[in-house]
Structure formats: C-alpha cells, structure tokens
Design a binder for this molecule. Structure first.
Ligand code: FAD
Length: 499
C-alpha cells in the first residue's frame, strides 16, 4: 500500500519485520523480493520516503557544503550536494542515465587496486544476473562477449580489429533509464506485504545497548507542515535498512553516532572522474560500417531481443534498453603500469563522433570525506553534510595511460588522427555523480563500517544498502551493483539472521 504519514495519529507506532529508509533503486530492489513470499508467516516491509507525493521533492533538505574539488566549480555540477541526487519517490532514478555494467572479478579481488571486497565475485555475479532483467530491465547478460551482439543485431556490427598485444579490449555497456517508482510503484500500491510511506522524513533512531553492540528499536519519521516539522511516528522492526543514497546514509549514521567505532565512517569518499573534452579527427572512410555502428553509434535492443535497430546515445529518461561497445583495459596492462581501471566510449559526446567520453576508477583517499558541516537544514535543524572530493596522483597517471592507449589504438587502425588531450590536472575532471565508499564494507570491524552482509558493525540489526558500502569503485556506473547487493541483502534477511 501507499500511505501518507499524515494519515497516522501523531505519536502512533507501526510494526514491521523490515523497515527501509528511502525509495530509490536500492530500496525498491530490496523490497521487490518481498512482494510475493511463500514463507509463512510472510515478512512485512515498510519503505519510508521523504517526499509527500509523486513528482514532489524536498530537495532543499539535500543542500550541503561542497569542498575540495567540488568547491567553486564553474561547470555542472556547481552544487554537488543538490545535483548528485534527488530527494523524491524513486530517488535519483528520476533523472539518471541508466548506464549499466557489472563490476569485473578483478575489481572485487582488489587487483591491482586494494582493498579487495570481502565477498566472492561468483556470489555477486549471481545477483547481477538476477537483477539484469527483472529489476534493471536490461538486455542479455552478455558484457564480455561482443560476438553475442554481433550475432543478434539486425544492423551490421563488427568488433574493432585490435592487435593481440593491444592493452585494450571490448566490453559492452547497456542503458535503460527506468524510473523505479514508475516501474514498480504500482506493485507496491497493490501489495499487502510492502507499504510505502510518503512524507515520512526519517530523522533519527531509537536504540538500546545490547551486549557489545547497540540494537535499533525504532526508526523515527516526521511529516513536514508549512516547512516546519509536523507529527512524529515510530516504526519498529526486526531489521532496519538505510537505503537513502550514499551521502544521506552517511550523514544519518554520523548524526546518530552509529557505525564509527573503526573511524572509517565518512572516509574514503569516491566519485568517478569523468573527462569528455578529449577529441580527434575521425577518419570515417577508414572505419568499417560495422565497427562504426558498434562503437561510434549505439543500438536499441529489446529486452527479449526481438527488435534490434540503431539510434544515437540515449538521453536520461529515454525508454528502451540500448547498448554500445566500449574499450576497457586488460588486467596485465593495469598491473604493469600500476594504475587503476578506466573505460573509453567513442560514441561521441552529444552525438559528436570524434569526441571521447571517458571515466577512470577513483581510488579511496584518506582526505576525501563526507562529514557533518556547521550548517543546519531549513526544516529539522539537523546538521548538513560537507562533501570533500579529492583525487590521488593515480588519477593523472591512469588518465595519461588511458589516452595514450586509446590514441595508439585508433591511430594504429587508421581511425583517428590529430588527438587533442587536455592537461590532466585534478581540476579537469568532472564528478560522475556517483558518491561511493563512505560506509565501507570489510571483513573485520577495524577495517570498515559494515560487515560482508552489510550490517553496521556496531549494531545487531541495522543494515546499509548503498554504494557507500563499495570498498573500491571500478569504472562502472554504480546502480547495477547497488541493486545486485540489495537483492543479496534481501535473501540474507529472508533467512532470518539474529536481530
Ligand atoms: C544526473 C545523474 C545521472 C546518473 N546516471 C547514472 C547512470 O547512468 N548509471 C548509474 O548506474 N548511476 C547513475 N547515477 C547515479 C544513480 O542515480 C544512483 O547510483 C542511484 O540513484 C542510487 O540509488 P539509491 O537508492 O542508493 O539512492 P537514491 O536514488 O538517491 O535514493 C535515495 C532515497 O532516499 C530518500 N531519502 C533521503 N533521505 C531521506 C530521509 N531522511 N527520510 C526518508 N527518505 C529519505 C530519497 O528521497 C530517495 O528516495 C546518476 C546520478 C545522477 C545525479
């Protein structure tokens, strides 16, 4: 059901098995497996969403201080805290691009960039496959097999004939910019097991000490009336999950003094450095049509592969799953150079073939942080965040190696000449709007904030579903991984861990 919190009595308490803060991709992916359950009695789930109605946001509550490389930006995003996320039903999926590809096994192994993730890749792979169509509505799970797309495309496609010793290889990127509340809100509305509360601003937790750890008794949610705090309601549950996006989740833990026994909370802030301003002269006459279609255009693919045709790069919000071939590094190249990973798209920035769309894997740094600022929000008077983005010298080194390898490959094939690569100082990169890393997952409490099951180490029943748990970032857009991890968490909670 969908329920406006204001329809409850002030002070009333509601009881559930699982209570989720947020309604973005992470929250929906976590809730979907509970819509139909065969176990008796079934688990009941509440999603608590801040915005009062579809299409309304409470965005001013997301304001904050932009520090480090985010301060005084002249180009978009000029205000990272506001522009990297949306505080509304469906969360930031209301204006994301739907770019999706899974992390690779080397990303989780910490090879060549530590730390490794404390979960086996094979396990995550299973959840990627589970998320691929039912949650993300993408095409076939074929990211490392260009031949699959060549064989199934109505439009001629051909793999780029890179020499065997090239440091680059082809990987497939898929796009489908679904709005999660649009796709799955109806299922929740008609469900007797999952309830979505609106105008439910989670402002705190009620906890009790329980042995060495604390235990959450209730999540506290408040309405907003005339820009002032309205009534207060309480949600009890066996398990509580913070799925409010990386920045808001980290802020919430900091505000509540939870999760920081190791000192890692708010540390290791990462976002993907993007650079779209490199360009070259495209020697179109030398590029076979199939290669041009595959790497420089991109193809529509029906999720059931019935209808394949070409279109230009999709804009945010466009419908239908699409794909493009990108270039990524071979692992040996990364090891030899001692750099992190990257990806290169030649589809053209704003449909201008000859421009290069890149991003590189950021490294966790001790200086990149999310912390509480001195400013308070305009409704609840709670401390706003300060987000400080920093890059390590690795960014310059990785960027240089990426552009050298790309230039060499395209010149070698006669596809491009006259390369113009900007000076790679830290200010040249734009943040990808993918906040990650600040509630790091680790095998041991001393190394992170959440355990491999995404339970906050200091708490017996508080969990995090967010990119904030990523120990490393890869070059991949994060939402597919967020949703795969949320499905994994759903399975774990279904098995009934101790609370
Ligand atoms: C312009 C843009 C383009 C992007 N494109 C891509 C892309 O192509 N591919 C990709 O993988 N990623 C992309 N991203 C990132 C992607 O949007 C996020 O990874 C994804 O939305 C994260 O999902 P989430 O559920 O963790 O958080 P969010 O989607 O941010 O959802 C958080 C939810 O928590 C709610 N909330 C917050 N605080 C409270 C509170 N106190 N009480 C109650 N509810 C609260 C919010 O209202 C919201 O519903 C893009 C981001 C932006 C900004």
């Amino acid at each position: 059901m969908e329920i406006n919190l204001s329809t409850l009595k002030d002070g009333e308490t509601r009881h559930y098995d699982i209570c989720i803060m947020g309604s973005g991709p992470a929250a929906f992916a976590l809730a979907l497996p509970f819509l139909q359950q065969s176990t008796k009695p079934p688990l009941r789930v509440a999603m608590l969403e801040s915005s009062p109605a579809v299409g309304f946001d409470v965005q001013s509550l997301y304001d904050g201080v932009n520090a480090g490389l985010l301060a005084n930006r002249l180009s978009w995003p000029t205000n990272y805290c506001l522009q990297s996320r949306l505080r509304t039903y469906g969360g930031t999926s209301n204006h994301w691009g739907g770019w999706s590809w899974p992390l690779e096994s080397s990303d989780l192994a910490g090879d060549p960039v530590p730390p490794p993730w404390p979960i086996p890749y094979e396990e995550l792979l299973g959840y990627y496959k589970e998320a691929q169509k039912p949650v993300m509505q993408l095409g076939a799970f074929e990211y490392d097999n260009p031949q699959y797309w060549i064989d199934h495309s109505a439009t001629p496609l051909q793999e780029m004939p890179l020499p065997a010793d090239s440091p680059l290889r082809t990987r497939i990127l898929q796009f489908h910019a679904i709005k999660f509340q649009q796709e799955y809100g109806g299922l929740v509305r008609n469900s007797s097991l999952v309830d979505a509360y609106r105008d439910a601003n989670v402002t705190g937790l009620e906890t009790e000490v329980f042995g060495a750890a604390s235990r959450v008794k209730a999540m506290v949610a408040r309405t907003i009336v005339n820009r002032r705090p309205g009534q207060t309601n309480y949600f009890t549950a066996k398990y509580f999950v913070l799925a409010a996006g990386a920045v808001a989740t980290t802020r919430f833990l900091l505000q509540n003094g939870l999760g920081n026994s190791s000192g890692h909370l708010g540390q290791h802030f990462m976002d993907h450095p993007y650079l779209n301003s490199a360009s070259f002269t495209l020697n179109r006459g030398n590029i076979p049509d199939g290669v041009y279609n595959f790497y420089f255009g991109n193809a529509i693919v029906d999720p059931d592969q019935r209808d394949l045709s070409l279109q230009s790069l999709p804009s945010p919000g466009s419908s239908g799953a699409t794909f493009i071939a990108g270039l990524v590094p071979k692992l040996g190249f990364l090891r030899d150079k001692g750099i992190s990973s990257f990806r290169v798209l030649l589809g053209g920035v704003g449909n201008r073939p000859g421009t290069i769309q890149t991003n590189i894997e950021p490294l966790p740094t001790s200086t990149g942080t999310i912390s509480l600022s001195d400013r308070t929000d305009p409704v609840f008077g709670q401390k706003e965040v300060e987000v400080d983005w920093q890059l390590t010298p690795n960014a310059r080194k990785t960027g240089q190696a990426m552009f050298d390898a790309t230039q060499q490959a395209l010149e070698g094939l006669g596809y491009g000449s006259n390369f113009i690569i900007p000076q790679l100082d830290d200010r040249v990169w734009d943040p990808g709007l993918h906040p990650m890393g600040t509630t790091r997952m680790a095998a041991q409490q001393k190394d992170g904030v959440v355990d491999p099951n995404m339970r906050v180490f200091d708490s017996s029943n508080l969990y995090v579903a967010s990119s904030s748990t990523f120990p490393t970032a890869g070059y991949q857009n994060p939402t597919f991984t967020i949703c795969a991890l949320a499905l994994r968490l759903a399975d774990f909670l279904k098995s009934g861990p101790p609370s």
